[in-house]
Design a protein around this ligand. Structure first.
Ligand SMILES: *Cc1c(COP(=O)(O)O)cnc(C)c1O
Length: 402
């Protein structure tokens, strides 16, 4: 009897020690990726799998009810008249420029601090990209700089709602109105954000200018499981034109009135997006929770400058980008990576300093805020699946370097 009791005691002790060891081992190093798409998928798996299975068994891969339903649901969510699905966010921007009928030589003003797609389509269409500096606090395009860059050839402004908050649309819409310019919002990073105008009206990002463009790339706030994008507008004529553009420039099958492109969202992606759209507001809240945790943890140091949200917009935190002050960025990133924490630089090179976009009009030093940000920003992981324990692990690791 006694012997069995003793044996059990020893066994329990070994087990306890083993679990303590495992806990210690885990607490020493976690793996924190920039996004956790698999964790997110696992929570909606039954619904997603059923929809995909239904498409596989009916064979309606292109167009059809899933694309139609997603389009309508997104129109309702955004409170916008037309959503035109397309193949990706870059196409959305290109189709917008084509839909507006912009001609080679027309100037399009955008920010020098953005993902390349914004200017790429402008260059591809032989329009002239004109870039300007950004606001130090929000990293978004500076409206005063936009106004200074206007010439008789300017036709459009492309504000980018960078990292998840809206650019100053009161100011940009006012400039556009006074100079008779189109506004195309690059909303690839801010879907779901609300913009509050000076008069109190609230609109969803991407529904303010003539056209809004978005991307459903997997890591975006509303992402599919491949490539996808969409264009939004309240203008019926523009919507008609862009529907023609995305479909080989044809209204009647095999009659091509315009040179168009082939850009469509497939049924499987639309089905996934329609399911995720129902969760978008809750996904945004999860991102905002993580951002608030970061903000609070970094309040104790002035070496980490946390992102500020302008009073007229929500921040939906597509990225959580801080500015490192008096810190060696490479060393901080190396430290985080050694602890299994992913981090990145969005963006290391400003548009006007990119080789492919070299332009005699621009030189180093022209856009000091943008160039400062390129040299000092660091993006921390942010997604919908964070636990407090993981957030603590990340913030502790960053603070160790401060
Ligand atoms: C992702 C992104 C795009 C392009 O979207 P794709 O779907 O990858 O083509 C355009 N602009 C911005 C600001 C983006 O972040």
């Amino acid at each position: 009897m006694k012997n069995i009791f003793l044996k059990k005691l020893i066994k329990d002790d070994i087990l306890t020690k083993f679990f303590l060891f495992l806990r210690f081992k885990n607490s020493k190093k976690m793996k924190i990726p920039m996004v956790d798409l698999v964790g997110q998928y696992n929570k909606i798996k039954p619904e997603v799998d059923a929809s995909i299975q239904q498409i596989l068994s009916t064979g309606g891969f292109i167009g059809g009810p899933f694309v139609q339903k997603f389009q309508e649901d997104l129109q309702e969510y955004l409170n916008v008249k037309h959503v035109i699905p397309c193949a990706n966010g870059t196409d959305a921007l290109q189709v917008a420029m084509m839909g507006l009928g912009l001609k080679p030589g027309d100037e399009v003003i955008t920010t020098s601090f953005t993902f390349i797609a914004t200017a790429e389509v402008v260059a591809l269409l032989r329009l002239t990209p004109v870039v300007v500096d950004v606001d130090m606090d929000t990293y978004c395009i500076d409206p005063e700089a936009v106004e200074r860059a206007i010439t008789p050839r300017t036709k459009a402004i492309v504000p980018v709602h960078l990292f998840g908050q809206c650019a100053n649309m009161d100011a940009i819409m006012d400039i556009a109105k006074r100079h008779n310019l189109y506004v195309v919002e690059d909303n690839a990073q801010a879907i779901g954000a609300n913009y509050t105008f000076k008069d109190g009206t609230v609109k969803k990002s991407g529904t303010i200018g003539n056209i809004g463009c978005t991307s459903f790339f997997p890591s975006k706030n509303l992402g599919c499981y491949g490539d996808g994008g969409a264009i939004f507008t309240n203008d019926d004529a523009l919507a008609d034109m862009m529907r023609v553009v995305v479909n080989h420039g044809m209204k009647t099958r095999y009659y091509h009135d315009y040179v168009g492109v082939n850009s469509r969202l497939d049924a499987i992606q639309a089905a996934v997006l329609d399911i995720k759209l129902k969760h978008l507001d809750e996904y945004i809240k999860a991102r905002q929770y993580a951002a608030a945790y970061y903000e609070k943890a970094f309040a104790q140091t002035d070496k980490i400058v946390t992102p500020k949200t302008a009073p007229f917009t929500d921040h939906v935190y597509h990225q959580y980008v801080v500015v490192l002050k008096d810190l060696d960025r490479a060393k901080v990133m190396e430290h985080l990576q050694s602890k299994g924490i992913a981090c990145a630089i969005y963006y290391p090179v400003a548009l006007h300093m990119q080789k492919a976009y070299a332009d005699p009009r621009y030189k180093k030093g022209d856009f000091p805020v943008c160039e400062y940000l390129c040299d000092h920003v660091m993006a921390l992981p942010i997604h919908t699946e964070f636990t407090d324990e993981q957030l603590k692990y990340v913030t502790d690791a960053v603070l160790e370097m401060c």
